[in-house]
Design a protein around this ligand. Structure first.
Ligand code: NAD
Length: 356
C-alpha cells in the first residue's frame, strides 16, 4: 500500500515531516512524497530520502491508496486520483460543501480531520488545537508588529509609556495562547468567554476575565461553546464596546462548531475605538467576530486596522507542519492495519471523521 504526501498549493506547510515518518512504520506500506513538498516549510527533499520515495505529483495521485494533505486536494486533481483511494485532510465540511460533493460524486472516500472528537484518546490527533495554538501566538506578534505602540510599559528620559491594552474575545486554545504571548510582551490583557471553565485559565495567565451574566455553557458540547441568547449577545456587545474603546489591540477567536461565528465587535464598537488600534479576527473564515471583517483581507476603518485571517498557523510553516504531521500520523495508526485501510465504524474517531 502507498501513502502519498502531496505538495500543498498556496500553503507553505507539509502534511508529514521526516521526523514523524522516521517513527511511523507500517508493515507493507510505503510513503511517497511529491518533489519539493516540504521545501517551503524548511524540510528539503534530502531529509525525506531515508523515509519516503520522492515522486512526481501525477504518479502519487494515480497510485496512492491514501492521500494525506492539509487542505483538500484541488478540484482539478480529483479525476486523477486512484479509484477507491482515501483522502485525508481538513475538509471543513460545514463551510466547504462544494469540494465534498465533488469527492462524493467521484466515488472517492474522504476523512475530515476537523471532525476528530475532543476525547482523551483522540488528544494526540487534535489538529484544531495544534493549529489554534500557533494562530493565537502569531496573532499577537502580528498585532505587535502592526501597532503604532509598544506592548510593554516604558519609563525613559523621554517620557513614560503605558502598557498596551489587549482585549481577547474567546479564550479557547487560540485565545489562551494569545493571552500568554501578549502577557510575555508586557501588555495588560482582558478576556471574554462564554464557558465558565475559561475564567480560571485566563486568570492563571495573569489576565482579567470579564464576566457577562447569563451565558449558556453546555458541558456536554464536547469542549465547544454553544449559541447564546439574543439578550446575552446584546449585553455582551455592550460590555465589549466599553472594553474595546480603551484597548489598543483586540484579538477575536470566538467560534461555534458548525455555525457562523458570533458578532462580538459591532461596527458601532469599532467606531468608538482609538485610531491606530488593531483588530485581528481569527474567526474570519466562519464569518468573523467583527462586523467589518473581510476574510483574508486587511481593511482600514476610521484609522482602525482590521485583519481577517484564520490561517495564521500557515505562516509558521515549520512548526505547524511538525504538529500537523504528528497529529495526522496518530490518526493514520487508527486506520491502517496489516498494510491495509481498515475503516472500523465501531471506532468513534473513524465514525465521526469519515465524510464520504
Ligand atoms: P473554538 O475555536 O470552537 O472557540 C474559541 C473560543 O470561543 C471558545 O473558548 C469558545 O467558548 C469561545 N466562544 C464562543 N462563542 C463565544 C461568545 N459568544 N463570546 C465569547 N466567547 C465565545 O474553541 P477551541 O479553542 O477549539 O476549544 C475550546 C475549548 O475546548 C478549549 O479551551 C478546551 O477547554 C476544550 N478542548 C478540549 C480538548 C480535549 O479534551 N481533548 C481539546 C481541545 C480543546
Amino acid at each position: 500500500m502507498v501513502i502519498g504526501i502531496l505538495k500543498e498549493p498556496n500553503d507553505k506547510r507539509v502534511s508529514l515531516v521526516p521526523s514523524t515518518l522516521k517513527k511511523t512504520k507500517f508493515d507493507g506500506v510505503e510513503f511517497w512524497i511529491e518533489k519539493d513538498a516540504g521545501a517551503a516549510a524548511s524540510y528539503p527533499d534530502e531529509v525525506y530520502e531515508k523515509y519516503a520515495i520522492i515522486k512526481d505529483r501525477t504518479s502519487i495521485l494515480k497510485e496512492a491508496d491514501i492521500l494525506v494533505t492539509i487542505n483538500p486536494i484541488p478540484k482539478k486533481d480529483i479525476p486523477k486520483v486512484k479509484k477507491n483511494a482515501l483522502l485525508v485532510a481538513l475538509f471543513s465540511p460545514y463551510t466547504n460543501k462544494e469540494i465534498i460533493s465533488e469527492v462524493k460524486s467521484s466515488g472517492l472516500r474522504a476523512v475530515s480531520l476537523n471532525l476528530i472528537p475532543r476525547t482523551t484518546i483522540a488528544q494526540t490527533m487534535d489538529i484544531l488545537s495544534s493549529m489554534a495554538a500557533i494562530s493565537g501566538y502569531k496573532a499577537v506578534l502580528l498585532a505587535a508588529n502592526e501597532s503604532p505602540r509598544f506592548f510593554p510599559m516604558m519609563i525613559t528620559a523621554a517620557g513614560s509609556i503605558k502598557p498596551c491594552k489587549v482585549l481577547v474575545l474567546g479564550a479557547g486554545v487560540a485565545g489562551l495562547q494569545a493571552i500568554a504571548t501578549a502577557r510575555r510582551l508586557g501588555a495588560m490583557v482582558e478576556a471574554f468567554d462564554v464557558r465558565a471553565a475559561a475564567k480560571e485559565e485566563v486568570e492563571s495567565l495573569g489576565a482579567k476575565f470579564v464576566e457577562v451574566p447569563g451565558a449558556i455553557d453546555k458541558k456536554d458540547a464536547g469542549g465547544y461553546a454553544v449559541e447564546q441568547t439574543k439578550e446575552f449577545m446584546e449585553n455582551q456587545q455592550l460590555q465589549v464596546q466599553h472594553r474595546a474603546s480603551k484597548s489598543d489591540v483586540v484579538i477575536t477567536t470566538a467560534q461555534i462548531m458548525g455555525k457562523k461565528a458570533p458578532i462580538l465587535l459591532t461596527k458601532e464598537t469599532v467606531s468608538k475605538m482609538k485610531p491606530g488600534s488593531i483588530v485581528i479576527d481569527l474567526a474570519a473564515s466562519t464569518g468573523g467576530n467583527c462586523e467589518l471583517t473581510e476574510n483574508n483581507k486587511t481593511i482600514l476603518y476610521n484609522g482602525i486596522k482590521i485583519i481577517g485571517n484564520s490561517h495564521l498557523a500557515a505562516e509558521m510553516p515549520k512548526d505547524a507542519s511538525f504538529f500537523y504531521s504528528n497529529n495526522v500520523a496518530s490518526y493514520l495508526k487508527q486506520i491502517v492495519k496489516n498494510g491495509e485501510i481498515d475503516l472500523d465504524m465501531e471506532n468513534i474517531i473513524i465514525h465521526k471523521t469519515l465524510i464520504t
